[in-house]
Design a protein around this ligand. Structure first.
Ligand code: GLC
Length: 577
């Protein structure tokens, strides 16, 4: 008797997917109100298909007063009117699917908007009411708040209401925290997930995971180190972050998701945790596990100084989790909360561990060399694109956009800036509307030419990075990204990846027939006999001297099998100006 031929297990789509983050507000404005919208996203899907991404992740596009640009949700089952409506959303999902692109959403479980109807009802219902039990309302101590907890965006985490009670907002007063132990809250979020799964959403990036779940007695937190900021205190509060009460929520969500997938053959839904766990792979493992999240962002490369030792550790930790625990890495170098890669890596102090405070939001300022940043950013993305796992890109990084550090203060809108009276610059600089056209009309093609000014202004030289000019230039950053994504599909396959010891100044990984090498130093470095074992199929900079890798560059060397359909010679070498 002959059984069926054993075929290799099919990996879910998200294992090796390149996912493109769309910050809707700043992506493309279709109706001329100066605010990006879902029809704008639809109008630019060919750009994303041309780039070669498998999915997009939409930042929150639910109705919201926009005090934290969508991370203050007032209705979890609808669309922000400035962005469109549910029909627009359905059209977007369909148009994306027609191009083979899946849609992930962003769900915000820790808090809602202070305008959410349930919170409004809680305010009206008064102390002791069932409405208040869905949130954390407490009596104060005399005129003081119930405890000493601080808010991420500054100030006390407690806000007093007219009747004297206080409510908890881990981020800000306009983002009251949900109490997930309340059955209404638990049921509500289960309905929310199902609502979007039914509309074809193939997964969620889950926002601010560590603060979900609080120690029931809400005790005072221990004092922090001298000079600790409110944000540092809030995110290290042992009674309000990384809590077992939170894990109970994720287990429920995972059960629901697995059940949904079982009921809907063909669906492969992914839950990705946003949890900053600096250099704590053990902590990441508490979230990325078979009964909680499928994946959790690997932020350590983003948080590393530009030095081989730290970068090697950041990469090695993830590969270790993959091999030992089967956790699929989720690489990311950039997002809407951090300095854009070109700026971050172009800073004169980018190699200095002390230039990072361990938080994603804070950087020690230093002069920025954009050309250096461009080279390093390309080297960094080329390196992670060689690795197993999914890779998340942030809109505009494929254009090589820098942060706008000099954005005038009057234009800034980030609560990080507003709530610290400008002590922290905040995140507006990485959220400037995209330049689609070199022609400045309509904010460089962000809006129709007759449109209103964009919600955040663009710097005068924004046209330098315009997508249309780059699309026509084979040496542009955009063309290089396309080539890198194509090279990844062709050469970066298989889960068997390990760090290799080539040279102490280099970071090198072998993945099947491919060896990817990053040189984060300002000098060319010899790569031994590596170049004799295969072809250089990617080089972000050409090397001037034989047998070496250029400064601040990545190369991929592939042992090409001439008999395979894909073999027979190098792919296009990515080598921009
Ligand atoms: C996450 C989001 C950030 C938001 C915060 C509060 O960190 O990425 O943009 O401000 O959560 O929801």
């Amino acid at each position: 008797m002959t059984g069926p031929t054993a075929s290799p297990p099919v990996r879910p789509w998200w294992h090796d997917a390149v996912v493109y983050q769309v910050y809707v507000r700043s992506f493309a404005d279709s109706d001329g109100d100066g605010i990006g919208d879902l029809d704008g996203v639809r109008s630019r899907l060919d750009h994303l298909a041309g780039l070669g991404v498998e999915a997009i992740w939409l930042n929150p596009c639910y109705p919201s007063p926009q005090r934290d640009h969508g991370y203050d949700v007032s209705d979890y089952c609808s669309i922000e009117p400035a962005y469109g409506d549910l029909d627009t959303f359905d059209r977007l999902v369909a148009d994306a699917a027609a191009r083979g692109i899946k849609v992930l959403m962003d769900v915000v479980p820790n808090h809602c908007s202070s305008e959410h109807p349930w919170f409004r009802a809680a305010l009206e219902a008064g102390p002791g009411s069932p409405e208040r039990a869905r949130f954390f309302f407490r009596d104060g101590v005399g005129d003081e708040p119930p405890n000493n907890w601080r808010a991420v965006f500054g100030g006390s985490a407690w806000t007093r209401v007219d009747d004297g009670q206080w409510y908890l907002g881990t981020f800000s007063p306009y983002q009251p925290d949900w109490d997930h132990t309340h059955p209404d809250v638990a049921d509500h979020f289960e309905q929310v997930l199902r609502f979007w799964f039914d509309r074809g959403v193939e997964g969620f990036r889950v926002d601010a995971v560590p603060p979900v779940g609080k120690a029931p007695e809400l005790p005072d937190q221990p004092p922090g180190p001298p000079g600790a900021t409110d944000e540092e205190l809030a995110l290290s509060n042992p009674f309000a972050t990384f809590r077992p009460e939170g894990h109970a929520v994720w287990r429920r969500w995972r059960r629901l998701t697995d059940r949904y997938v079982d009921e809907h053959p063909g669906r492969e839904i992914v839950l990705v945790a946003e949890a900053y766990t600096p250099r704590r792979p053990d902590l990441l493992l508490e979230y990325a596990r078979p009964d909680e999240f499928h994946q959790a962002f690997a932020f350590d490369v983003l948080l590393s100084p530009w030095r081989a030792s730290e970068l090697r550790q950041a990469v090695g930790d993830q590969l270790m989790l993959l091999h030992d625990e089967g956790v699929v890495p989720t690489w990311t170098l950039s997002n809407h909360d951090v300095q854009r890669t070109v700026t971050r890596l172009g800073r004169a102090n980018a190699t200095d561990p002390a230039s990072y405070t361990g938080s994603a939001l804070r950087y020690v300022d230093a002069p920025v060399d954009l050309e250096l940043g461009r080279r390093r950013a390309l080297a960094a993305i080329a390196f992670v694109l060689a690795l197993p796992g999914s890779v998340y890109l942030y809109q505009g990084e494929e254009l090589g956009l820098p942060d706008w550090l000099d954005l005038p203060d009057v234009a800034r809108q980030d609560p990080v800036f507003l709530r610290t009276a400008g002590a922290f610059r905040g995140r507006d600089g990485c959220r400037v509307p995209l330049p689609w056209t070199a022609d400045p009309a309509g904010a460089h093609g962000f809006s129709p030419t007759t449109g209103a000014a964009p919600w955040l202004p663009q710097p005068d030289d924004w046209g330098r990075w315009a997508a249309d000019a780059q699309a026509a230039d084979p040496d542009s950053t955009l063309a290089t990204y396309r080539a890198l994504l194509a090279a990844r599909r062709r050469f970066a396959t298989g889960n068997d990846a390990r760090l290799v010891d080539l040279h102490p100044d280099l970071v090198a990984v072998r993945r099947g027939r491919l060896v990817a090498v990053l040189n984060p130093t300002p000098e060319p470095v010899r790569v031994g006999d590596l170049l004799t074992v295969g072809d250089v199929v990617v080089a972000t900079e050409r090397s001037a001297a034989r047998g070496t890798i250029a400064p601040d560059a990545t190369i991929w060397v592939a042992a090409v099998d001439a008999t395979s359909p894909n073999g027979g010679g190098p792919a296009r070498v990515a080598s921009p100006r």
